[in-house]
Design a protein around this ligand. Structure first.
Ligand code: ATP
Ligand code: MG
Length: 285
């Protein structure tokens, strides 16, 4: 078990945003968290990434209690995240943005920020991540000038540049056109395999993406886990379909026929997981 939450509660004043959430994330999994607006998905990500301390319950990453530990400490432990709203520096170029992430990973601190680009290792590493995310030919473009899909990619790429063991993504394809969503996801999955990511957790509203890429789906509703199961089992759970899936499908995919459930599932980190089941060999990553 890489990441575990037990009985997590989160209160905002008197409002109960998370009400006894328990979950575990295993080696090699791609897990999607779904739920209606206000269900507590972002709050859960914030608690799982140590940004917000839980009001009750516990969160453990690699066996260690990380409740409220903070982003910097968690990054050092091997966890990275991206936010629901793109968090990029508009005046930095793609390359500078990724260099900033690499520098923070290498722990070289603010002094080196002054000489962005001067360090060869930092430059090479940042360029490699840019290329991996299809942003190589836009390395010198300013972040603010990128189309929305590329801004999302850059945000996610910054998290990857930290070379985490696991990554949590809050709506990685929000604001991205339907046509580009799969492009973003395919790049993300390729990058995940490349850096040998041990797990991905994403919050996602687009059900085609959710069902197309997840090994497991956790449905949140009013701060509680409504279901935690495989895509096929979620699809067969009438309560979840009624309260979350169907409602969402009606909202966003009238024009878009859905791929069959599980068509792409387990193509994600599945290779790596299969290897782990067989033994310690890390061939393909
Ligand atoms: N800082 C805060 N202070 C008070 N209430 C908050 C705060 N952050 C979130 N909430 C409330 O907690 C509930 C859960 O919010 P959260 O952002 O976790 O939902 P979500 O599932 O991510 O929704 P969405 O799909 O719209 O992103 C909502 O009712 C929200 O209004
Ligand atoms: Mg949210």
């Amino acid at each position: 078990m890489i990441l575990e939450a037990h009985g997590v509660r989160k209160l905002y004043g008197a409002y109960v945003a998370l009400d006894g959430v328990s979950l575990s994330i295993r080696e090699g999994e791609f897990v999607s968290i779904i739920g209606p607006n206000g269900a507590g998905k972002s709050t859960l990500i914030n608690v799982l990434t140590g940004v917000l301390p839980p009001s009750g319950g516990s969160v453990r990453f690699k066996g260690r209690d990380i409740a409220g530990i903070g982003t910097v400490a968690l990054t050092r432990l091997g966890m990275a995240r991206s936010f629901q709203l793109v968090q990029i520096f508009p005046e930095l170029s793609v390359l500078e943005t990724l260099q900033a992430a690499v520098i923070s990973r290498l722990g070289r601190g603010a002094r080196l920020l002054a000489s962005l680009g001067a360090d060869r290792e930092v430059h090479t590493d940042a360029l490699e991540v840019a290329t991996l995310f299809g942003l190589g030919d836009k390395a010198h473009a300013l972040a603010r000038a990128l189309p929305q899909g590329d801004k999302k990619l850059l945000d996610v790429a910054s998290a990857f540049a930290l070379r985490p063991e696991i990554i949590l993504l809050d709506e990685p394809t929000s604001g991205v056109s339907t046509a580009d969503k799969h492009v973003v996801m395919d790049i993300l999955v390729k990058a995940a395999k490349r850096i040998g990511l041990r797990a991905i957790i994403q919050v996602e509203h687009d059900m085609d993406i959710v069902f197309g890429y997840s090994d497991r789906i956790i449905a949140l509703h009013q701060g509680k886990v409504l279901a935690d199961a495989t895509p096929a089992a979620i699809q067969a759970d009438q309560r979840v379909v009624d309260m979350v899936v169907g409602r969402r499908r009606a909202v966003d995919s009238r024009s878009n026929p859905s791929p069959p459930v599980g068509e792409r599932a387990a193509t994600v980190l599945g290779v790596k997981r299969a290897e782990h089941e067989r033994g310690p060999s890390d061939g393909d990553v």
